[in-house]
Design a protein. Structure first.
Length: 82
């Protein structure tokens, strides 16, 4: 049976697609949060978001984005450490 992927064949592709979607979504949310922080009236808010909360959110999203990019590089180079 040559047509069936063995092992994790197709699931790795599904994982990479889901990771790419999560990466794009996280970057979009980070940009949106930064824009809303600079002008809260765009979202109908009257109070400011605390700076520490924005910095925590942006930092964790950037760490997740870096993780995803490193994983893509390792997977595309067919590294076992990925």
């Amino acid at each position: 049976m040559r047509g069936r992927p063995e092992g994790i064949g197709g699931w790795l592709l599904v994982y990479m697609i889901a990771l790419a979607i999560q990466l794009v979504h996280g970057i979009g949310l980070t940009i949106g949060a930064t824009i809303i922080y600079s002008d809260p009236s765009l979202a109908g808010l009257h109070t400011f978001i605390p700076l520490w909360a924005l910095l925590f959110y942006v930092t964790t999203n950037l760490i997740a984005a870096c993780y995803a990019i490193v994983l893509f590089i390792l997977m595309l180079k067919h590294r076992r450490s990925a």
